[in-house]
Design a protein around this ligand. Structure first.
Ligand code: G6P
Length: 610
């Protein structure tokens, strides 16, 4: 999704903005641009990567201690130089960068066309900047007031930064449903759409709330709401370390993040488990203990990989709490007039905490009276603030667009939540209780799996040119199959599907021939014998079987072309292990196909538009 970086201070803005935009590259984008003020406003923008923008500005004037930069992920209008941000108003007085979508832009555009405005791009953003200008020109007001009035009249989502030639010493920043963070340094401010470009400059950050405007000069800043009332900003201290945002010797962020999982899982469970007394303690849920004890149903809402974590959560909650669970795509839930009843608790799962559909689903659930909990990775994110209570995953910053360590952290948290709630309800069986100390063994077992990366690479070499791939699993390994398929299609562009293994005979079996790779997750659990039969069915049709099995397995080894052994663990913890070889396999296949692993085409890390 689009990225924003702004700078006001005493240092040259351009290099700070460019390095900030590079930190935001992980979000996914298709063009980039900057505006700089140094007596005059200079704008450079270009379709393509930030490096293309750098080539464009190589011999150009990039002076100035105030500026703003943007990476655009196309919504209105194709990726092109013209559609890139910043956009400038007709008189040249206002420039803007914008994340989000102005939904009533066509009505506004019609009005502005009627008043003689012309447009150079197909974007909603160019409409907004001219709308601001029109208000400014027709009233005796300053730029901030013009922005405020304009924003009171737009429908949609925005994170914006505005520069005004007539008031050049300031940046005007605003947000609604699209995050804006302001790094507060000594005599300087760094504005960004998430904290990653800020940490190398300062750890003090103000997150704007929806419908707030900040006016920032190098002397200081003030925050107003859309009614023009002054707001008291809260300065958060962010804990993110710079090293966490760098590759640390790995070829890609994704590989680093896969290898980080022993630590990220350990961080997610640290301090939350008491192995001796077999208890789980989730501080973020303490205030809602009563509601949890009385819960009658849980509804998970999420998108993408987080939705898969929710599906694993369904197995965990139903197994340990014995209570019904529904798992909903947030985008469907929000428009489906969902039935929310007394005793329903909605749990939103999101790595970024900014996904627009998940946020909208939360708001709907709140309107209908549900208690809404969050499982988020990004501290201070919109979802973590919009929910009544919740648990952070502590996976650390995830930069690779394809989610890996966030998934295992989410599943770790869901496991602990299931055990914690079962205990609150007095339903924790001795068998479920025994999982609590076993969770502490997960990080070491994951380490053992990532160390098999080279072996998995050999399997990747065999299948790198396959146009299709099928992933099959049963029980809680079924969502793992879905996640494995998603990983492969996201980063290698190979068509892949995940299916419950038993469903294969109702359709996908028709696809099996001697060219079809079929990845089975066939670890030892109740349905092991059944999945061995499914493997036989594929092998009988000459499908090429890769099987993830529990160490020491012999039955599958005799049928499969390749096996990847993973350590034994209680079946309800198995998704935390069985997903790891699938992540590694996708990674190696994508690298061998020369794909951009960390920034796959068309994808965004955090989808802040519908
Ligand atoms: C995007 C990302 C996925 C992610 C999904 C949900 O599609 O590319 O990796 O799973 O959004 O994001 P969230 O931040 O809400 O978990």
């Amino acid at each position: 999704m689009c990225g924003i970086v702004g700078y006001v201070g005493y240092r040259k803005a351009y290099p700070i903005i460019i390095s900030g935009l590079k930190r935001l590259e992980y979000r996914g984008y298709d063009s980039a641009g900057v505006a700089l003020y140094d007596g005059k406003i200079k704008i450079y923008k270009k379709k393509g990567k930030v490096s293309e923008l750098e080539k464009l500005t190589k011999d150009k004037d990039t002076e100035g201690t105030i500026g703003m930069g943007h990476t655009r992920w196309a919504t209105h209008g194709a990726p092109s130089d013209e559609n890139s941000h910043p956009h400038v108003s007709n008189s040249g007085n206002f420039s803007i960068i914008h994340n989000g979508i102005i939904e009533n832009y066509s009505t506004l555009k019609k009005e502005l066309l009627g008043r003689g405005y012309t447009f150079n791009s197909a974007t909603d953003t160019e409409v907004l900047v001219n709308f601001i200008e029109d208000i400014y020109e027709n009233n005796e007001i300053d730029a901030t007031e013009a922005v405020r009035i304009a924003l009171n009249n737009v429908i949609g989502a925005y994170g914006i930064v505005v520069m005004c030639k007539a008031e050049p010493e300031k940046l005007i920043v605003a947000r609604r449903s699209s995050p804006i963070a302001i790094g507060v340094g000594e005599g300087e401010f760094i504005i960004a759409s998430d904290a990653t470009p800020i940490v190398e400059h300062t750890k003090d950050v103000v997150y704007l709330n929806d419908n707030e405007i900040a006016v920032i000069t190098k002397e200081g800043y003030k925050v107003l709401n859309l009614k023009n009332e002054s707001q008291t900003p809260y300065i958060h201290t962010i804990e993110m370390e710079l090293e966490a945002l760098e590759k640390g010797g790995y070829d890609h962020f994704m590989l680093k993040e896969i290898f980080e999982q022993p630590r990220s899982i350990a961080d997610s469970i640290r301090g939350r488990i008491d192995p001796e007394n077999k208890k789980v303690w989730l501080g973020g849920l303490v205030d809602v203990r009563k509601e949890l004890a009385q819960a009658k149903r849980f509804i998970f809402v999420a998108c993408g990989t987080s939705w898969h974590a929710g599906l694993v959560g369904e197995y965990l909650f139903e197994e340990h709490i014995r209570i019904p669970v529904e798992v909903e795509y947030a985008s469907e839930f929000r428009y489906r007039n969902p039935v929310i009843q007394e005793g329903d608790i909605v749990i939103a799962i999101s790595q970024s905490g900014e996904t627009a559909d998940t946020l909208a689903a939360i708001n709907l659930a709140k309107e209908r009276g549900a208690l809404v909990l969050g499982i988020c990775n990004v501290v201070g994110s919109s979802i973590s603030r919009a929910t009544h209570a919740g648990v952070y995953t502590h996976a650390g910053p995830e930069i690779g667009v394809a989610s890996t360590k966030a998934f295992t952290a989410q599943v770790s948290v869901l496991t602990m939540m299931a055990l914690f709630i079962a205990d609150l309800k007095g339903k924790l069986t001795p068998k479920s209780r025994s999982i609590i100390p076993e969770m502490l063994q997960v990080p070491e077992k994951v380490r053992h799996i990532v160390n098999q990366s080279d072996k998995i690479k050999e399997i990747a070499a065999t299948f790198k040119d396959s146009p299709n791939c099928l992933y099959l699993g049963r029980g809680s390994n079924f969502p793992v199959a879905l996640e494995g398929a998603l990983k492969l299609k996201e980063i290698s562009y190979i068509h892949a599907e995940g299916y419950p293994a038993a469903e294969m005979k109702h359709g996908p079996i028709a696809l099996i021939d001697e060219n079809m790779p079929v990845i089975f997750i066939a670890t030892k659990d109740e349905s092991y014998e059944k999945i061995v039969s499914n493997i036989e069915e594929v092998a009988a049709r000459k499908g090429r079987v890769v099987a993830i099995v529990t160490e020491g397995d012999t039955a599958v080894r005799n049928i499969a072309e390749f096996v990847i052994e993973i350590p034994e663990i209680d079946p309800s913890l198995m998704p935390l292990l069985s997903v790891i070889p699938l992540q590694i396999l996708s990674y190696h296949i994508a690298v061998m196909r020369n794909c951009n692993v960390d920034q796959p085409r068309n994808l965004a890390k955090s989808v802040t538009v519908e």
